[in-house]
Design a protein around this ligand. Structure first.
Ligand SMILES: *[C@@H]1O[C@H](CO)[C@@H](O)[C@H](O)[C@H]1NC(C)=O
Ligand SMILES: *[C@@H]1O[C@H](CO)[C@@H](O)[C@H](O)[C@H]1NC(C)=O
Ligand SMILES: *[C@@H]1O[C@H](CO)[C@@H](O)[C@H](O)[C@H]1NC(C)=O
Ligand SMILES: *[C@@H]1O[C@H](CO)[C@@H](O)[C@H](O)[C@H]1NC(C)=O
Ligand SMILES: *[C@@H]1O[C@H](CO)[C@@H](O)[C@H](O)[C@H]1NC(C)=O
Ligand SMILES: *[C@@H]1O[C@H](CO)[C@@H](O)[C@H](O)[C@H]1NC(C)=O
Ligand SMILES: [Mg+2]
Length: 753
């Protein structure tokens, strides 16, 4: 008791004596203000422990950390950015600090109410970004007539931005984006602030059009309004005026119309982000003047024409319309660059236009005619009839069933799946439906039945089986058998009771994978892929490495699945294609340059999976506003804020920091843009083996792990029950296929020499 009180008592005495000996009352006020900050919000700050009056010099004389003074001993700057401040600043804390020119309290945990700044007539810049303020736009800001830079992004401010902001005539920098939730429209008066250089309001719901009047901002360098629900046309008035504009982010909005030709005047653009809008018209020819820009992104619009060849060597240009994740269902774009539906018109924004209904009726009539005509042509085609017949004659009869796989009869399959009963269905993927089945000997297996789309020639199917039957590895899901009876194409796999990694990481019923398991899984997957790459010459390329294709058995041992399944479409036989392969978020960016997949493309997908294991975040997450691509999110964070800022918070503080750093480095290497910069899977395996050997598993992992073939079925049923959580049909314990797979690009491919 006594010992904890004594320092506080001593502190007060020394502080009072400092006050008494101080000649200037003003300086006392300054010290008092700062000490009230320390006592109200700085209790747990390690940075201001030296703020005290023991040496009698006060904040200026003793050079208190974070305090800037002028020659006459007045505080002009206060920088407490990242000082671990927590709680509420006293409302009048700044009333005696009237000479302040700069305040930086960013990156703390300060809470509402926001203090008064009414006396700060000299305040030039103010930074409260990344705090926890939760209130309307603080009115006290409107009195800061000298303010040039305002940063209040990444808080929880709400409501509309007051028109009076236009009284702050000197404003140049306005940063109020991020987690704030302002309501639009933005004040018209903004256009009367001629000096604006930066405006970022991204993330709020502005629901307005882009004001042509902003063209007065001739010194604008940075405008960021992504994810703000803005709609309407791009103002042609901006083009000639925004000659200094370097960064323009308008992505994830509802902008319509063409890219104005006048925008060729924006010659300083280095980042031009317009993806996920409804822009139409031609790809502007002047766009090639941005050949050296670091980011030009028009993905998923309705633009037509060709992309100038200068962009072919940029990872940032992904063509038009390739991303299908962020569109509502009726507005989806497909991989080949065409879009269903069309861009909505301004009219259709609020109400459904009559013209639209007439259009739909006409469209339906035309569509049905096309379908009828197409059916007729197909029916008449002799080779179509031929093909159906071919399938029936059971392919090449002189085919020798490979050793080690069992040829099931259709009857056996029917029995095992209760005639493909819905209750046995556990997933559906690119190849077709997946059933959990029980064989005569009570063994559980997963049965994949080719749907119409993936039905291929029987010869091809048999070739696949021959290839698959040769691939045996502890970390590849084992092919038990197949059925080619009665024109069926069915694959029988070992059953993996703990479902796929995607569920284990992201499902709401997911059991939390601990830090050790994640490293184990990373190594297992690496081994599986390395085997695929090194087993055959030329190597087998997986082409769709992602968590939903990584399955876990009852010992949580990871195995790679979905390699070499079914060529769904003859187009696939060519290595060079104009259509994207794989799944968005995991796809080798160099694919867009070369239209050609290699083992290094699998390494890229693996790197993304590794990042998901480390961060617990989805590869593509449109709610992650900083960067919806995980690779883009991780890289700058890792450099600037370190490993702690990316590791899955569910792991707590218990993970081994150095090991995870190394893991992150490996992942970053695997996701290098240049294929040549990525390691091989072999290399990754070597590194991870050494890494894992150096780690001591936590106690819960010490239970014996063995892969005995006679694993108790009861056990696997228990663990699957853990996942189903009472739901019936839609359990996908083993979603061997993913619904979003581009059919045309699944399957084993062998790299050409
Ligand atoms: C605050 O103190 C901590 C602990 O000493 C230190 O790591 C951190 O860098 C300091 N922050 C600033 C902004 O100086
Ligand atoms: C405050 O200090 C941080 C470093 O901790 C620095 O990044 C920032 O620019 C400083 N703020 C001002 C206004 O100088
Ligand atoms: C806070 O904002 C000021 C003024 O815009 C800026 O100079 C400073 O670097 C910012 N602080 C940090 C930590 O970024
Ligand atoms: C902001 O407010 C919303 C709504 O109350 C809340 O869900 C969210 O967690 C808050 N965010 C922060 C950073 O405080
Ligand atoms: C734009 O910047 C230039 C150079 O810094 C300056 O001279 C000019 O006054 C600014 N124009 C406006 C309208 O702010
Ligand atoms: C891009 O950079 C290259 C090399 O620096 C240069 O030759 C070329 O003219 C630049 N292109 C444009 C459009 O600025
Ligand atoms: Mg799959």
């Amino acid at each position: 008791m006594m010992s904890s009180r004594f320092p506080a008592f001593f502190f007060i005495i020394s502080f009072l004596s400092a006050l008494c000996s101080s000649s200037e009352a003003q300086s006392d006020d300054q010290a008092l203000a700062l000490l009230s900050i320390k006592s109200e919000v700085g209790a747990s700050s390690p940075n201001i422990t030296s703020w005290n009056t023991a040496f009698n010099g006060g904040p200026c004389g003793d050079k208190w950390v974070g305090v800037v003074c002028d020659a006459s001993g007045r505080i002009t700057g206060l920088n407490m950015s990242g000082f671990y401040l927590k709680g509420k600043l006293p409302t009048d804390v700044f009333s005696s600090l009237t000479n302040l020119e700069s305040i930086d309290f960013s990156n703390n945990e300060l809470q509402s109410p926001f203090p008064s700044l009414n006396n700060l007539k000299n305040l030039h810049d103010l930074n409260f970004s990344n705090n926890l303020y939760k209130e309307g736009f603080p009115e006290t800001l409107l009195s800061l007539t000298s303010l040039v830079e305002l940063r209040f992004d990444e808080n929880n401010l709400t409501g509309s931005i007051p028109e009076e902001i236009s009284n702050l005539k000197l404003l140049e920098e306005i940063w109020i984006g991020g987690t704030n939730q302002f309501r639009g429209p933005l004040p018209k008066g903004l256009a009367s602030l001629p000096n604006v250089k930066t405006l970022t309001v991204w993330g709020s719901d502005l629901n307005q059009k882009l004001p042509p009047e902003w063209s007065v901002w001739v010194n604008l360098t940075y405008l960021n309004l992504h994810d703000t629900n803005i709609h309407g046309d791009l103002p042609s008035e901006w083009g000639a005026k925004f000659t200094k504009l370097q960064q323009l982010s308008l992505y994830n909005n509802k902008l319509t119309g063409p890219i104005p030709d006048s925008w060729k005047g924006m010659t300083s653009l280095d980042q031009f982000r317009l993806k996920n809008n409804y822009l139409s018209g031609p790809v502007p020819s002047w766009i090639s003047q941005l050949a050296n820009a670091s980011d030009v992104d028009f993905v998923c619009n309705y633009l037509t024409g060709t992309v100038p060849s200068v962009f072919v060597y940029k990872d940032t240009w992904q063509g038009n319309c390739f991303d299908s994740d962020s569109r509502s269902h009726d507005q989806k774009c497909t991989g080949d660059g065409t879009c269903k539906g069309g861009p909505p018109t301004e009219d259709s924004h609020d109400h459904f236009p009559t013209g639209g209904i007439i259009g739909i009726v006409i469209g339906l009539v035309i569509l049905s005619c096309v379908i009828l005509a197409f059916g007729y042509v197909l029916w008449r085609r002799p080779d179509y009839i031929q093909r159906r017949r071919c399938r029936r004659d059971k392919g090449a009869d002189n085919w020798e069933v490979p050793q080690g796989v069992r040829r099931f009869t259709y009857k056996e399959i029917l029995k095992a799946t209760k005639s493909f009963d819905q209750s046995c269905e556990i997933g559906e993927g690119g190849f077709g439906k997946v059933y959990l089945a029980q064989l005569e000997d009570d063994k559980h297996v997963a049965i994949k039945r080719a749907g119409d789309m993936s039905h291929q020639g029987m010869k091809e199917f048999q070739n696949e089986i021959t290839l698959l039957s040769r691939l045996h590895h502890r970390h590849l899901v084992r092919l038990e058998g197949f059925c080619d009876d009665r024109d069926e194409q069915i694959l029988v796999y070992e059953y993996m009771s703990n479902g796929n990694l995607h569920r284990q990481l992201f499902d709401k019923h997911a059991i939390n994978l601990n830090w050790y398991r994640r490293v184990e899984i990373a190594l297992s997957v690496a081994k599986g892929l390395d085997y695929l790459h090194s087993f055959a010459d030329p190597p087998v390329i997986h082409r769709d490495v992602k968590p939903s294709n990584i399955l876990l058995d009852d010992h949580m041992i990871a195995k790679v699945s979905d390699f070499g399944i079914s060529k769904a479409n003859p187009e696939m036989d060519t290595h060079v294609s104009t259509r994207p392969a794989g799944t968005a978020g995991y796809l080798d960016p160099e694919y867009f340059l070369r239209r050609h997949l290699t083992t290094a493309s699998d390494v890229y997908g693996y790197g993304v999976v590794l990042l998901e294991l480390i961060t617990g975040q989805l590869a593509i997450d449109h709610k992650r506003l900083e960067d919806y691509n995980l690779v883009g999110w991780v890289k700058p964070r890792l450099v600037k804020q370190g490993i702690d800022s990316i590791v899955d918070p569910r792991l707590g503080q218990n993970y081994p920091v150095d090991a995870y750093k190394e893991l992150a480095e490996i992942a970053v290497g695997c996701t290098a843009f240049e294929r040549g910069d990525r390691p091989t899977m072999q290399h990754v395996v070597n590194k991870l083996e050494i890494l894992l050997a150096s780690l001591v598993p936590p106690p819960e992992n010490m239970a014996p792990v063995s892969l005995s073939p006679g694993t108790s079925l009861l056990k696997s049923q228990e663990s699957s029950a853990q996942f189903s959580a009472g739901s019936g049909v839609d359990i996908t314990n083993q979603s061997m296929g993913d619904l979003k797979i581009d059919l045309a690009f699944k399957g084993t491919t062998v790299e050409p020499r």
